[in-house]
Design a binder for this molecule. Structure first.
Ligand code: IPD
Ligand code: CA
Ligand code: CA
Length: 267
């Protein structure tokens, strides 16, 4: 039996409710690293989703943020981020999401991103489209970077290194309408898919942050690639660029300019 979008949507709603309920009690926060937290809810949600996949699709491989790779049949692979935006979750902000994606032979097939606090459920199915709470969504039609709202994020550990996003941020800010830092890469991508933002880029994400969002943006008519054209967005550390198809090349050209200026500064 093939996984069905409706089934994943229903898991997402169930764990979304768990996230809301669990935030009312002690979060039992542990520090995994600098600016990298894990709460009781991250663990409980991942455990619930692992159990659903194991029960319904016992041969499928799962990559989950909190428990790593559960290697089985490599042709079927799930990507789970139980709470994307744990820092927001721990601080009481509403911008966090549950991100679940399913891929077959390396091709994303199904993706769901659910923001429980706003009751917004974004979903996509390969070749069939993308939806927000069941209504079709499309990327925006804005065609000039200077009129664009962009989103980005920052990995704390890169801030004082040559891979820092700060130079890109400053330069992109000069050439766009504004830049937001919302704190959930999955939602950032969902917002590009829904036409709320024209583009998103970030350095050093993980496959579970982006898998569902990549499918959403593509199915909503947008373009997603490695930041500078890197091929694989579903393995290792991920540098990503996603945008509506007209803004995409404008962002890419500028990012290349900044990268080249940075490398001459550091060489
Ligand atoms: C984080 C969020 C954030 C991004 C970080 C991610 P987490 O995921 O997506 O927006 O800037 O790089 O690690 O840790 O909350 O699942
Ligand atoms: Ca994440
Ligand atoms: Ca997470």
């Amino acid at each position: 039996m093939k996984p069905q979008l409706e089934q994943i949507k229903s898991w997402a709603r169930t764990v979304g409710q768990m996230a809301i309920e669990m935030r009312k009690e002690d979060l039992d926060i542990e520090q995994k690293g600098l600016a990298d937290l894990v709460t009781r809810a991250d663990k409980a949600i991942e455990a619930y989703l692992l159990d659903q996949v194991a029960t319904n699709f016992p041969k499928h491989t799962v990559l989950g943020e909190e428990t790593g790779m559960h290697q089985k049949d490599g042709a079927h692979r799930w990507y789970i981020d139980p709470i994307d935006g744990t820092l927001n979750y721990a601080h009481g902000l509403p911008e966090y999401s549950i991100s679940i994606a399913y891929a077959f032979e390396g091709e994303l097939q199904l993706g769901v991103i659910y923001c429980p606090e706003m009751d917004e459920l974004f979903s996509a199915e390969k070749g069939k489209g993308a939806w927000l709470n069941g209504k079709p969504i499309q990327v925006s039609k804005i065609d000039k970077l200077i009129d664009s709202l962009l989103i980005t994020g920052f990995r704390h550990s890169l801030i004082d290194t040559p891979r820092s996003n700060m130079d890109y941020f400053i330069h992109m800010a000069r050439h766009s309408q504004t830049i937001r830092r919302l704190g959930s890469a999955a939602l950032d991508l969902a917002y590009v898919a829904a036409g709320r933002a024209e583009g998103f880029w970030e350095i050093a994400l993980n496959p579970w942050d982006v898998a569902a969002g990549i499918l959403l943006v593509r199915e909503a008519g947008g373009k997603v690639e490695g930041l500078f054209g890197e091929a694989n967005l579903l393995e290792g550390s991920v540098d990503i660029l996603a945008a509506n198809p007209v803004i995409f090349p404008q962002m890419r050209d500028l990012l290349i300019e900044i990268r080249d200026a940075k490398s001459s500064k550091f060489s």
